[in-house]
Design a protein around this ligand. Structure first.
Ligand code: ADP
Ligand code: MG
Length: 323
């Protein structure tokens, strides 16, 4: 859907913001860019809808170079949500949402219906809110309007640059949930920038970790947590984010996931190679990460079975005894 081929950006003052980016974002994907401030996330994003011209390489959308699109067509087909949502203060919420549909010359009836539908989609009662001015909305509500304004003309792609980072934690978490629900229903391609790993893990189908204008790792949240490619990624994830992610993963698990997991956990013991009686406990514990229990063998005979639970209990007891 969106393909970066050796894309670089050097600003006029010589700043190398993005360096030889190669990347493909799939249709319908929730794709997150993450990295420290100044690593090139916003530059990458703005090159997609040509708010910034690239210096080298090519970006394709549906296999057509972005430079070959009519600039208006390109912008209208790509929704854009900013951190400090810039609603027009003198216009009503309805007028704010209608900007792009009007530019696209939708008729009034269609625009009105669309505004109703969008407000309902994010839980803002249309009768109450459509005639209000932005100043009569809370921060979280304004940001919701920012999101639906980007969706208004039904773009294929939505770019979101740290859209929730100015919000308090509660509004933020609520909007994260909303955007996930929304994505499930509308199945748009969403490209989302954040510097918050927890947010990236909660939202992304895939996450692209950037540093100094380059890609460090592109992977699913689970793969990033389980196999960070280097210390930078590992530190960036942090243990809090990991714990939260794993807790959320459990909450989200379906019964089917659960059945798969139990059957994986209870693979018949004959598939497990028995441990030699001289194996160290440390080594056994490492192997028990993948198996619930492992038989122990001495002189070709099974002399017993050790289980993860027993080893952990034993070690825990020893630790307590030793203080
Ligand atoms: P991020 O969004 O990850 O914080 P940016 O893409 O905004 O990073 O910036 C990447 C680098 O490019 C930074 O070093 C930044 O200072 C620099 N930069 C951004 N915009 C400009 C500009 N208009 N002119 C010169 N340098 C810029
Ligand atoms: Mg930025």
């Amino acid at each position: 859907m969106i393909r970066f081929e050796n894309v670089s950006k050097v600003y006029n003052d010589g700043t190398k913001a993005v360096n030889r980016l190669n990347l493909t974002i799939e249709k319908g994907e929730f794709f997150v860019f993450i990295g420290p401030s100044g690593c090139g996330k916003t530059t990458t994003m703005k090159m997609i809808n040509r708010l910034i011209e690239l210096t080298e390489g090519t970006i394709y959308i549906n296999e057509k170079k972005v430079s070959n699109y009519d600039i208006h067509e390109l912008r209208w087909n790509i929704g854009y949500v900013l951190q400090q949502i810039a609603l027009f203060p003198h216009m009503t919420i309805e007028e704010n949402i209608s900007v792009v549909p009007q530019l696209r010359k939708w008729d009034r009836g269609k625009i009105g219906k669309r505004v109703t539908e969008l407000l309902e989609m994010v839980g803002l009662d249309p009768d109450t809110y459509r005639k209000r001015k932005p100043s009569e909305l809370s921060g979280g509500q304004k940001q919701r309007v920012g999101v639906i304004r980007a969706l208004a003309a039904d773009p294929e792609i939505i770019l979101m640059d740290e859209p929730f980072s100015a919000l308090d934690p509660i509004s933020r978490e609520k909007l994260q949930k909303d955007i996930l629900d929304l994505q499930k229903r509308i199945k748009k391609t969403i490209i989302f920038v954040t510097h918050d790993m927890q947010e990236a893990l909660a939202l992304g189908d895939r996450i692209c970790v950037m540093k100094n204008g380059e890609i460090v790792q592109v992977d699913t949240p689970q793969a990033i947590i389980e196999n960070p490619v280097n210390d930078f990624v590992e530190e960036f994830i942090g243990s809090n984010a990991t714990t939260n992610f794993l807790e959320k993963l459990e909450e989200k698990a379906t019964v089917e996931d659960f059945l798969h997991r139990i059957s994986a956990d209870h693979s018949p013991s004959y598939q497990v190679k028995p441990l030699s009686s001289q194996t160290t406990l440390e080594e056994a514990l490492a192997q028990l990460a993948d198996n619930d229990n492992i038989p122990v063998e001495k002189d070709g005979e099974v002399i017993g079975t050790i289980t993860r639970q027993l080893v952990v209990q034993y070690l825990a007891k020893r630790m307590i005894e030793r203080g």
